[in-house]
Write a protein that binds this ligand. Structure first.
Ligand code: FES
Ligand SMILES: [Fe+2]
Length: 362
């Protein structure tokens, strides 16, 4: 019996708003989502607001430096507590009737509360959301029973430190938002295969990586891309091969479902973050990091080159795919899965599609 090729997901997974709503309730509410970098809240009382899976949340740094995330909802009558995008405060005070909570989320006081018989102030707390700091990057998960990041993304923390020994000292040099008119999965799938690279990304293929060494593997819920850097005389920016044992390698760790660490040759850390906005809209954030966020001509130039080439090229591809997915003339085609792997294979798409089905059907 001959086996059949594995097919791409049904187009409705990318175009149906009811399906997107289901994803928000299931997939996006049970996976680790990127919130921000620790450098955004260096001091006790610093906070910022964020929205995950349609829920308003905020992260705040406590008195002892610990980072907590709370649902942004007062336990009195439901007003939002934090109304600014970011700031610093000693107490979290609800604007509606001035109930105040400490940085640990415990109710401290409120007007006339002592008049309420039987009210146990100590039992009232803002509900917390699971939070993990991953090498300086803050992630949250709405599912209290979710497995830890180290279980879901085994070994990544350690390996990342090997590639970027100075990771704890980094801060963003730039963090740029790119709006894409497509479903978030179209963008993530495009990111996760390099079958399209040679036809579309000339700068990346000729001036950064060596395509014949490109490999994609999956470990836990990560997709890891590895390749050697291009011959040094062809590199589009200077790399000192002696500076670090990993200096001539490229590696990325995509953390399902919406974040990726990338280390460009020269141990340059940069990130991708996808935030699904609607069934056909995703915000992609591209971050580039230096020690303390200090200016660097080389990294600034590399970030600009990346935006003008790889990122711009990908925006055109994913938006065209989204239009195609809405066509009556498309049903979901066969994927090119090469049993030997390599750059011309889409086995990583199979993994992504399985993770989607698994989360939705759970
Ligand atoms: S709703 Fe917050 S104090 Fe009343
Ligand atoms: Fe691409």
């Amino acid at each position: 019996m001959s086996s059949q090729p594995i097919r791409a997901l049904d187009p409705k997974y990318y175009t149906d708003s009811a399906f997107f709503e289901k994803e928000r309730q299931t997939l996006l509410a049970s996976t680790w989502q990127y919130a921000s970098h620790v450098s955004q809240i260096p001091n006790s009382g610093d906070y910022f607001r964020l929205e995950i899976a349609g829920e308003s949340l905020f992260c705040v740094r406590g008195k002892k430096g610990e980072i907590r995330t709370f649902y942004n909802v007062c336990q009195h009558r439901g007003h939002e507590i934090v109304t600014h995008e970011s700031g610093n405060t000693r107490m979290l005070v609800c604007p509606y009737h001035s109930w105040s909570y400490d940085l640990g989320g415990r109710l401290r006081n409120g007007p006339n509360l002592d008049a309420v018989e039987g009210l146990d102030k100590g039992s009232i707390c803002l509900p917390q959301v699971r939070t993990d700091e991953f090498c300086g990057f803050i992630f949250v998960n709405l599912d209290p029973d979710a497995k830890s990041m180290d279980e879901v993304f085994p070994g990544v923390r350690e390996e990342l430190r090997e590639f970027v020994p100075h990771i704890d000292e980094l801060a963003p040099l730039e963090y740029v938002a790119i709006e894409e008119d497509c479903n978030w999965k179209v963008s993530v799938e495009n990111y996760s295969e390099c079958y399209h690279c040679s036809a579309n990304h000339h700068t990346f293929v000729d001036g950064i990586i060596k395509p014949e060494t490109y490999r994609i593997s999956h470990v836990g819920y990560t997709l890891q891309h590895t390749t050697e850097c291009q011959n040094l005389d062809r590199m589009s920016y200077p790399v000192d091969p002696e500076s670090n044992p990993r200096a001539t390698q490229y590696k990325s760790w995509f953390l399902w479902p919406g974040f990726s660490f990338q280390v460009y040759p020269g141990n340059v850390l940069n990130t991708y973050h996808w935030r699904p906005m609607a069934v056909d809209k995703v915000m992609v954030y591209r971050g580039w990091y230096t020690i303390g966020g200090e200016e660097s001509d080389v990294i600034r130039g590399l970030a600009e080159q990346d935006r003008d080439t790889t990122v711009a090229e990908d925006v055109r591809l994913v938006e065209s795919v989204q239009r195609g997915l809405k066509s009556r003339g498309y049903q979901g085609g066969p994927l090119v899965v090469d049993p030997t792997g390599g750059v011309m294979s889409e086995h990583s798409i199979v993994a992504l599609n399985n993770w989607v089905r698994e989360a939705i059907d759970a």
